[in-house]
Design a protein around this ligand. Structure first.
Ligand code: SIN
Ligand code: MN
Length: 200
């Protein structure tokens, strides 16, 4: 494992060894079954190119009327619990007593991307955000605390983890593109990104 510090973010290259990555995919299968991926709409009428779902008390949700946390999947059912193997990563990387209340799962298929944004729908920014990459490589762009300015990009590979905390908690970030089928972790290709957050 190598720890990089990029614009205040901690980037743990090779944090999860291959066996642990495969175990996480196994742990996510029942989550995806209970809470299938959906394509969120965004204010303004578009649709995100990533598909998503969540585990935990809250799931991140978006539709024409805005971004927010919701206590139910669009099916009306509660989100499944966050698998223990994922909570373990949060404890390992943050040392926080408090458990995250949302594990957002973003799935990037071929051509999916995510524009620069801040994670700012949570009540308390003193808790960090932990992000875990599984599957295909992604070009992750890191900006500033306000929109615009110089940015820096880093490739995130399967098993990498990023912690956005402290003064960098509200840093703009996004995913320009993935290298589809660069990893064999997911049989059909693509990338899963998990973000763990304390919400309320
Ligand atoms: C996100 O910001 O929600 C996702 C970041 C990533 O996919 O690496
Ligand atoms: Mn984000």
């Amino acid at each position: 494992m190598t720890l990089l510090r990029v614009r205040g973010l901690d980037v743990y290259k090779g944090f999860l060894e291959p066996a642990r990555q495969a175990a996480l995919i196994d742990a996510l299968r029942p989550v995806l079954k209970a809470a299938p991926l959906f394509s969120p709409k965004v204010p303004g009428g578009g649709q995100m190119s990533v598909r998503m779902t969540s585990a935990g008390q809250f799931g991140w949700y978006s539709d024409a009327s805005g971004y927010r946390y919701a206590e139910q999947h669009p099916s009306g059912r509660n989100w499944p619990e966050i698998p223990e193997a994922i909570l373990e990563i949060w404890r390992q990387l943050t040392g926080q007593e408090r458990a995250p209340e949302c594990c957002l799962l973003n799935y990037y298929g071929e051509g999916a991307r995510m524009g620069l944004h801040q994670d700012k729908d949570e009540a308390d920014f003193s808790y960090p955000v932990v992000s875990i990459s599984l599957g295909d490589d992604a070009l992750f762009r890191i900006g500033n605390l306000s929109r615009g300015g110089k940015t820096e990009s880093v490739w995130l590979n399967s098993g990498d983890a990023v912690v956005m905390g402290g003064d960098a908690r509200l840093t703009y970030h996004g995913v320009d593109r993935i290298r589809f089928k660069s990893s064999r972790l997911l049989p059909k290709g693509g990338r899963i990104n998990l973000t763990l957050r304390v919400v309320a």
